[in-house]
Design a protein. Structure first.
Length: 163
């Protein structure tokens, strides 16, 4: 098989209770909610001259485009997504995260009785990402991974005094 058959972007996160490391090559992005703070992106998606151009892990330039970050402090929630939903969740003009989207998505995750993958919630997310309202705004791949360490229905503290 030719190397180009393995062309893809890469988003990786390792999150412990008080540290996190992130790595990215290409488009898509990861957003986090640090304890006591609002949504923030880790790296802005890597695009070429046009929005549908990016660097793939198989490109010779991939090593020059690797982005890495390590952070100290608790991160309560992480979302990783492919370029197909970037326009739904990121504001390009201000380079900010559309927090209300993630607030709504994470309500269902926080309501789960236990950690891990929930098949029913995954199916509902797939239905939403395949719905006409989403597909009208993008024709690209649409993948969204959500991870939360918050217990069910815990209110989010957005002040500096948060534990």
């Amino acid at each position: 098989m030719a190397v180009r058959e393995y062309a893809c972007t890469l988003l990786a996160a390792i999150v412990s209770p008080d540290h996190a490391c992130f790595l990215q090559i290409g488009d898509g992005a990861m957003v986090v909610r640090p304890r006591g703070d609002d949504w923030a992106y880790i790296f802005w998606p890597q695009h070429g001259e046009f929005i549908n151009q990016t660097v793939f892990v198989t490109d010779p330039a991939a090593i020059d485009n690797v982005e890495f970050s390590s952070q100290v402090g608790p991160i309560d929630e992480v979302a990783a997504f492919t370029d197909g939903i970037e326009a739904l969740v990121l504001h390009y003009a201000s380079q900010t995260v559309h927090g209300p989207f993630f607030d709504q998505m994470f309500q269902a995750v926080r309501a789960l009785p236990m950690g891990g993958i929930d098949q029913e919630l995954s199916e509902k997310l797939n239905e939403y990402l395949s719905s006409p309202v989403v597909c009208e705004r993008t024709d690209d791949d649409k993948t969204l991974i959500l991870a939360s360490r918050l217990p069910p229905y815990q209110p989010i503290a957005l002040s500096a005094e948060a534990p």
